[in-house]
Write a protein that binds this ligand. Sequence first.
Ligand code: IVH
Length: 679
Amino acid sequence: MSTQVKIQELTAELKQHNYNYYVLANTTISDQSFDMKMKELEKLEMAFPQFADANSPTKQVGGDITKNFNTVPHSTRMLSLGNTYNKEELLDFDVRVAKLNGGNAYQYTAELKFDGFAIALRYKEGKLVQAITRGDGTQGDDVTSNVKTVKSIPHQLKGDFPESMEVRGEMFIHKAAFVKMNKDRAAKGEDLYKNPRNTAAGTIKLQDSSEVAKRPLDAFLYQLVEHGNEELSHWDSLSQMRQYGLPVNDATKLCDGIEDVWGFIEYWDKERKNLSFEIDGVVIKVNSRLQQEEMGFTSKFPRWAMSYKFETEQAESKLLSITYQVGRTGAVTPVANLEPMQLLGTTVKRASLHNADFIAQLDVRVGDTVFVEKGGEIIPKIVKVDTSAREAGSLPTLFTITCPECETILERPEGDVVYRCPNVDGCPPQIKGRIEHFISRKAMDVDSLGEGKIDVLYQSGLVKRAADLYALTQENMLGLSKAIINEESGDERVVSFKEKTVENILDGVQKSKSQPFEQVLFALGVRFVGETVAKKLAFHFKNIDALMAADFEELNGVSEIGSVIAKSVIDYFEIEANRVEIDLLKAEGLIFEVVEKELSSNALDGAKIVVSGVFTRFSRNELKSLIEDNGGKNVSSISKSTSFIIAGDSMGPAKKEKAEKLGVRMITEDEFAIMLEGS
Ligand code: IVH
């Protein structure tokens, strides 16, 4: 491969990993491999600058900007840190620091490296007025109303604070809180969160602050950005922040030399398992802020700070076989079956292999010695293959070409990373998966049916599609039974349909007929139409016939419905079996139209209203319901046709400017309440 191609490939791959990490909050690579690839690219770019991409990931900080928040600029760039993984690199860093300081003495502060996401908080006259995510380092999302729900972050500073100041730090979820959240989700049959960091990052991006408030986010602040007293050392600024009442972690150490720092690192590498939150390393900073200023920055990192990353706990095992699982959408996921081994206190027998590209990148083969990591994630992953231990004559892994369940030849749609089984109507796990989705809590909510019972009903031939559920009777179900084996534990359990079970099923199925249209639409399982999108489509089109008649432009024109969803909806209705299914469900009496609520008044008749900012008298949701209950329409972005804006505290400057430019009126929540009085 030519060097130019190698640079292009590494660039594209790292960009994708950045996207997975920052936008999708779903990483498929270990931190260590990511950093290794980054270093390799840096080296190549240094040697062959003519081949470097102008927007190379080596020159960027990443980015997590999402479209639903106001984007606001940072006061100064929010940079990340250079990483080291061993003592030699740490000593190299110390040599550079010594050189840059020209023989003058210096100290370090060593701190824990919290594994969450970065946040910048601005306090004016002691009041928290703005919280911004890191974003691309230059600008981030204004998530003030969400951050205000976090208990450990004070809304009001204590003591002798400056008129305006900015502090930066990390937000995260404690390990125990994460486990509890997942237990609750498991009990409700919901998908589990992957790890505390992604859950925290996802939480701060929720649109509904009251939902954020229910999740236990916490924070530690580690940087005083703007304060007025440049002579304050970093160590002293941490104490100062504590005096203001800000959460600053106590495990910090003022170190007299790099050996002192090393002692801190060794101590916390062992002790970190006893912390209530996750850390992924230690951060070392030159203590004097005057010296920091002198040393300055590279294009990406401060020269006066460095992070030392701990190795994630890994275990060695042998890859015994690769099997493939088929999901409801036909996606085929490879699973590694491993020689059982212990990792972080649990026995691990399987690991995710994600997709065909992942297998090819790792070049993992049956019989290989592999390293498995858990890194807070529920499903362990294979991160490395020991190719030196490979037996001669081993062959590269070929991804299965046929479906493991129905033997249909798999397809890989262009631009997709997964292989899919196209046998939508004949492949058992796809059929069962769709029925399981149909009866799930947020869809038709038939809790008397579950995976095991669906399996029995499918095997017996009684239920082959969702509509068949409505034809079930006491006679045909009574007495059915089947032994079901749990693949993970090997345990056997018998599912049998006794009188009470059958009664509950019939009752649940009957009740499901009154589920509202948006849930019925979600239950159909159209790809990319999740709970929220289903709601949007249902309320926009009002009934299934209008939705089915809509063309691409019409769908794409609905707020927040993009081209991928629009295309998927069109594709779904083009399939005859799907249209037949809808007719059958209609005949059973399911609800396929929005049942309009009785309005409290018509005071806002048809007005398009934007709610923006933080409120004290009403919650955002209350305001939104008030708008709808009085005949108004909630819209998310300001345009010429916006009737008015209900503006709360800390409404973003960009929105304000837009409103002023377009001449859209802004009113307070009190003025809005007066508007509705008497109506
Ligand atoms: S200082 C310019 N201190 O790690 C220096 N960062 O990989 C800014 N982090 O973006 C960062 N704990 O999100 C600093 N004690 C700590 C930290 C910390 C976690 C995060 C932070 C930063 C990333 C760099």
